[in-house]
Design a protein around this ligand. Structure first.
Ligand code: AMP
Ligand code: ZN
Length: 455
């Protein structure tokens, strides 16, 4: 079966063929761990998780690496402003290292809650300073760098095809120089190594052949991906905001240093989650976290279901109503599935339709439609086995029985109601049923007694 993926490099859907055999080497730009990752960030990791699952469904063996940015990401992507980690450490009065560990931990817990598979390798920028310095040295030896008073920069005018991923018109960009350039030679040049303004003040700084400082943000991804995946690999993913600057610069420095073209064969980008018509972002203040959704009575998998109702390349608008709808659909789905009887074999016809959807550039909304279609088809056989197979990709725990933690208060009311029924006190029993309902539960009378379910 052919798997087609939309490659940002070339702007078209292409058949996916790994560089070597059935192994897929994949790099996913990870979080900057100075704060919680919001549900917009998490959308981009649900996307890379679906990609990984679809590759595995197609029998590819995936090796996935994800970086953890714990130094060097400045408040502006254009090498200006403060280091996000240093700023957070100062504000919280903690060590940058502790902040990184804390938020990385929460991030990993969110992965678990959302059924996002962990990468094979997590790598922190601060643990790979040596590799980053080596890479800058290689670029220097090859003549791609220059020094200013605040750091070592990559000279983008040395590359003929700089900006090919983003289809940037560098001539136009240079002409419209409105951003302050400092000592940069070209507007698109970027920092590989930044000097500490005053050595000894920053929490995180290292010695280098050029002076005490810290690595630029982009260099970590080239240094760590080549360490773990080699100098050329199959897939690189990230959010759509990375195309113009971060990924463009990763390509520039990697192709200049390693001399392999293309450095990465397929580039895939996830679209934004929006909130009130804007990209969800910490700076806009319009954000939500998984913990906040949980405190509002949503479960993380309701959010995962919601994300799967949109195609990864289309922006999605986050509203409570949208999430509420997803929650209802998900609950309905689970309730129907719970009543299904196993009839052994998979349903080939629906599975084929499902595979066509997922292999057509990860069309998850269509894959969900196929699932619903099968469930509503009273004549369809093999539903349970088919759902099990589909859920390898959905990751929605569709067959998992939910353990209900029923509050004591609800149990007591249900027992009182049972007694009232025994005594044929129908008025009292109805009143108790309503009280239980108010607490968000429902008692169902079954031949064997009664059962409590969540509303
Ligand atoms: P950061 O921690 O800022 O480096 O972002 C982590 C990932 O989340 C990157 O791949 C971003 O492109 C992605 N991202 C940031 N904001 C959004 C959003 N509103 N919707 C989807 N992805 C996002
Ligand atoms: Zn990156």
């Amino acid at each position: 079966m052919v798997l087609k993926l939309y490659n940002t490099l070339g702007r078209e859907k292409q058949e996916f063929v790994p560089i070597k055999g059935k192994t897929v080497k994949m790099y996913t730009c990870g979080p900057t761990v100075y704060w919680y990752q919001h549900i917009g960030n998490l959308r981009s990791y649900i996307f890379s998780d679906i990609l990984r699952r679809v590759l595995e469904y197609n029998k590819f063996k995936v090796k996935q690496v994800m970086n953890v940015t714990d130094v060097g990401h400045l408040t502006s992507d254009a090498d200006e402003g403060e280091d996000k980690m240093e700023k957070a450490a100062e504000k919280e009065g903690k060590k940058a290292k502790d902040i990184a560990n804390y938020y990385l931990d929460v991030f990993k817990q969110d992965f678990k809650k959302l059924n996002i598979s962990e990468p094979d390798i997590w790598c922190k920028a601060t643990k790979h300073i040596k590799e980053q310095i080596e890479l800058v040295k290689t670029l220097e030896e090859k003549g791609y760098t220059y020094q200013t008073s605040d750091g070592i920069y990559f000279d983008t005018s040395k590359l003929r095809d700089y900006g090919k991923l983003a289809l940037l018109n560098t001539a136009l960009l240079q002409a419209g120089k409105r951003v302050s350039m400092g000592e940069k030679k070209n507007k698109t040049d970027f920092a590989l190594w930044k000097f500490s303004e005053q050595p000894g003040v920053r929490q995180q700084e290292w010695k280098s052949p050029w002076g005490i400082g810290f690595p630029g943000w982009h260099i970590e991804c080239s240094a760590m991906s080549s360490k773990y995946l080699g100098k050329q690999f199959d897939i690189h993913t990230g959010g759509e905001d990375h195309i113009a600057v971060h990924h463009t610069n990763e390509i520039a420095q990697s192709e200049a240093a390693f001399g392999k073209m293309p450095w990465v064969k397929y580039w895939l980008h996830g679209a934004f989650l929006t909130f009130d018509g804007e990209k969800m972002s910490k700076s806009s203040g319009k954000i939500a976290t998984i913990a906040e959704l949980e405190s509002q009575g949503f479960r993380p998998l309701h959010y995962r279901y919601f994300i799967l109702t949109g195609h990864y390349k289309k922006q999605m608008s986050f509203t409570n109503e949208n999430l509420e709808n997803a929650k209802n659909s998900y609950q309905r789905l689970k309730n129907i599935i719970k009543e299904l009887k196993d009839d052994k074999k998979e349903n080939k016809e629906y599975l084929k339709k499902f595979e066509n959807a997922i292999n057509n550039d990860l069309n998850m909304p269509e894959a969900l439609q196929v699932l619903w279609e099968m469930i509503r088809d009273t004549k369809a056989k093999g539903k349970i086995k088919t759902i099990k197979k589909m859920d390898e990709v959905f990751g929605l725990d569709l067959l998992k029985q939910e353990k209900l933690d029923i509050p004591e208060e609800v149990k007591e009311l249900a027992e009182k109601r049972q007694l009232a029924r025994k005594n044929k006190n129908w008025e009292e029993s109805d009143k108790l049923r309503d009280e239980i309902k108010e607490l968000g539960y429902q008692v169902n009378d079954t031949p064997g007694g009664w059962k409590i379910t969540k509303l």
